[in-house]
Design a protein around this ligand. Structure first.
Ligand code: GDP
Ligand code: IMO
Ligand code: MG
Length: 430
């Protein structure tokens, strides 16, 4: 095992199985850090009878003696964080001395959640379909320079000034524009100062910590949340989240330089899903879409919403390859495709009589594109217990090889079930 620092990112619209794969790879990492997003994420790990959905804590925490960190790019709802930490401690996962938070992380306040939900209501039919967790408004405050950082919760007079400043505009908005109740600053100050007391023990300068660990020869893994096409710059704007989900975002999100990274691993399903509103060229509306949802249990791990399902979009993955600088990929949920006679792979879009190889730049053009498909032969056998590539039915082997050929990304691992054990490694990452 050589010393290596890697980034793990979702190549689609989230829920690609990052949690499962980060847990798996954690055995060879020393430090696992999240770099963006908040508790809009839901990363599932299944091992034996245990199934856990991580919202904030990196899924590496299940691996004893690994250090897990929330980098400065993460937005934290302390209510959710402490619920999660307590749940982990109940199942005897040690947290103290293994889990740290950047003092620069921004805090999701109750007014961010209320704003998120009220804005969605205001948008009506044009809603984004956010998770309603206050993610967008918390990042807005960060950029507007009126955000509250984790360290601010530890000093009451600092917290007081920041909450008063933030509520000046927000209470006006709630009362006069959104017809919502306003917030009492004193109540918030007391409640969140209490959280500051609980957070204090976890706060560190995570950038300094990670850089020193790299210098000491430790293996670092940066765990992305959401997916490439939910990136605020590169995704299907405006139907995106409010952070840079791509690999580049991870550097600012933990405070390290690009020269420290050795590999960027992309996670993709063997098909595509999306939860929330927004364009989805290869979406299957009924019939097959419902069948894939049922077999793949495609319901949001955060909101329980049904995920929209469709064919693998090789075009998007090729774009994701250069947006992230992908060096290898992991294909999950191959087992879900068992039983399909034919499987489509999207290789381009027909747009105004020509084939294009990227998503349209103008959102209005999405309605005018038609996916162009290459057809692959399906297989009937269930594959959840196979151990090696050669145990796969020939058509499943051909499908994986074809995904590699079209996307021009080597497959390191493929996954054939929820459990940690249902994974086949073709080429070790660490
Ligand atoms: P994440 O947000 O990228 O970590 O993904 P989620 O946990 O939100 O969603 C992935 C879902 O697929 C979870 O319920 C996983 O337990 C499940 N899963 C992961 N890999 C596989 C696989 O190879 N096969 C099947 N059937 N389920 C999988
Ligand atoms: P993980 O890390 C899938 C989607 C929401 C919505 C849009 C904006 O589990 O892959 P937000 O609440 O972030 O403002 O919502 O982004 N979304 C996700 N979809 N997986 C996620 O996370 C997501 N996090 C946000 O459904 O469409
Ligand atoms: Mg998820």
């Amino acid at each position: 095992m050589r010393k290596k620092n890697i980034i793990v990112v979702g190549l689609q619209w989230g829920d690609e199985g990052k949690g499962k794969i980060v847990d798996l790879l954690s055995k060879n990492a020393d430090i696992i850090a999240r770099y963006q997003g908040g508790n809009n994420a839901g990363h599932t790990v299944v091992t034996g009878n245990i199934s856990l959905v991580f919202r904030l804590v990196p899924s590496g925490i299940l691996n004893e003696d690994k250090i897990c960190i929330l980098g400065n790019g993460v937005v934290i709802d302390p209510v959710v964080l402490f619920e999660e930490l307590e749940a982990l401690q109940k199942i005897n996962i040690k947290i103290k001395g293994r889990f740290y938070i950047s003092h620069k992380c921004h805090i999701i306040m109750p007014y961010h959640k209320r704003l998120d939900i009220a804005r969605e209501r205001l948008r009506g039919a044009g809603m984004i379909g956010t998770t309603g967790r206050g993610i967008g408004p918390a990042y807005e405050d960060k950029v507007a320079r009126i955000g509250i950082r984790a360290i601010d919760l530890t000093k009451k007079d600092v917290l007081y000034e920041k909450i008063i400043l933030s509520l000046k505009e927000k209470n006006y908005l709630f009362e006069n524009v959104l017809c919502e109740n306003i917030f009492d600053p004193d109540e918030l100050i007391n409640e969140y100062f209490e959280y500051g007391n609980k957070l204090k023990d976890y706060l560190i300068d995570s950038s300094e910590f990670i850089n020193k660990s790299i210098d000491a020869g430790k293996n670092i893994m940066l765990e992305g949340a959401q997916g490439t096409f939910l990136d605020v710059d590169h995704g299907t704007y405006p139907y995106v989240t409010s952070s840079n989900t791509v690999a580049g975002g991870s550097l600012a999100g933990v405070g390290i330089g690009p020269t420290k990274i050795d590999e960027v691993i992309g996670i993709t399903k063997a098909y595509t899903t999306r939860v929330g509103e927004g364009y989805f060229p290869t979406e299957l509306k009924e019939g097959l879409g419902d069948a894939i949802r049922d077999k793949g249990e495609e319901y949001g791990s955060v909101t329980g919403r049904p995920r929209r399902c469709g064919w693998f979009d090789a075009n998007m993955i090729k774009t994701a390859k250069y947006l992230n600088g992908i060096t290898g990929m992991v294909v999950t949920k191959l087992d879900v495709l068992s039983g399909l006679k034919k499987i489509n792979i999207c290789t381009g879009y027909l747009f105004k009589g020509s084939i294009i190889n990227h998503l349209p730049y103008l959102s209005d053009d999405f309605k005018d594109i038609t996916p162009v498909y290459e057809e692959a032969e399906g297989w009937n056998e269930e594959i959840g217990t196979i151990k090696q590539f050669k145990d796969l039915p020939v058509n499943a082997q051909k499908y994986l090889v074809r995904l590699e050929q079209i996307t021009e990304i080597p497959i390191n691992i493929f996954s054939i079930g929820k459990d940690r054990m249902q994974t086949v490694t073709l080429k070790e990452i660490f």
